[in-house]
Design a protein around this ligand. Structure first.
Ligand code: CA
Ligand code: CA
Ligand code: CA
Length: 292
């Protein structure tokens, strides 16, 4: 019996030693990949919040919401060797979801579904600020671009966000004209003070407008009652000038969602025109904010 135990212990030791040999120290790439999977500055969700707003006489559905059905693993593309201590990455994450949409204004919820196949992509700068015994091997997120949501299906994307501008108490505190623009974290991110007057403005592009209006624009963020609200270009809801192509929504910040992001989200009117065709077309930008 004793001999048996001794053999077992030896075997366990051998396995443990072999395990050490096959499990080397994490590389910088390993640490950075773990960092961007966990950092609050690189979480953007799937824009699956619900919302109200709108009227049946302008081409909106009675109800719609996205429902995430599959979250792919993030792919991290290193644009330079982390050995320099500063590294730029592109992080791509596939989002498989469904658009639930009910276009019949009858007080009954009988939605159809449209497939959503989207890639969420963002660039990140990370810097090595500590040593290897620190969390994530001493790496920290230094700057991020907005996350851009683009179609990852065979359907040609025709609607795009072109710019975002965020105001608090009528002061411009953050703006973006390209999803390639980097913002230092946390200093260059928009700050949202709960209870304060917020306003988001966005411009959009439709490459092949057919319907009137050609698209609908939504804001997602720390909004009252719902996580998303329709944006307007008709001189109401904080919109300064009607029909100038700048879509606006103004609100008093009163809610938080996880993750903490502000997003501008455009949906093709053709997508909203029925609840049967597989024609999902949408684009969005999303930026993390700092809540105070
Ligand atoms: Ca209905
Ligand atoms: Ca306007
Ligand atoms: Ca359609």
């Amino acid at each position: 019996m004793k001999r048996s135990i001794a053999l077992t212990a030896s075997a366990a030791l051998a396995v443990a030693l072999a395990g050490c040999g096959q499990d080397p120290e994490p590389t910088d790439e390993d640490y950075i990949t773990d960092l961007v999977a966990a950092s609050p500055y690189t979480q953007d969700g799937s824009l699956d919040g619900q919302g109200g707003g709108g009227q049946d006489d302008v081409g909106l559905p009675e109800a719609w919401w996205r429902e995430l059905t599959g979250l792919g693993q993030p792919t991290v593309v290193f644009e330079n060797d982390p050995a320099t201590g500063v590294c730029t990455l592109t992080v791509n994450r596939p989002l498989i979801a469904e658009l639930n949409i009910d276009v019949v204004w009858d007080g009954q919820l009988t939605p159809g579904t449209k497939d959503i196949d989207v890639l969420r992509t963002r660039r990140v700068v990370v810097v090595k600020t500590g040593d290897s015994s620190d969390p994530y091997g001493g790496w920290a997120v230094s700057a991020v671009t907005p996350a851009e949501f683009v179609l990852n299906s065979d359907i040609e994307q025709e609607v795009f966000i072109q710019s975002m501008a965020f105001y608090m108490s009528d002061s411009l505190i953050w703006e973006c004209g390209s999803p390639e623009d980097f913002y230092a974290v946390p200093g260059d991110l928009p700050v949202v003070q709960f209870g304060s007057l917020c306003r988001l403005e966005a411009t959009v592009l439709h490459t092949n407008p057919v319907e009137t209006p050609p698209y609908f624009v939504y804001v997602h963020g720390p909004l009252p009652a719902w996580q998303r609200h329709l944006m307007y270009d008709n001189g109401t809801m904080g919109d300064l000038v009607a029909d100038d192509g700048i879509y606006t929504y103004e609100w008093y910040a009163e809610d938080t969602i996880d993750p903490r992001v502000i997003a501008a989200d455009v949906i093709d009117a053709d997508t909203f025109a029925d609840q049967t065709e597989q024609d999902y077309d949408s684009g969005a930008w999303s930026i993390p904010y700092v809540g105070i």
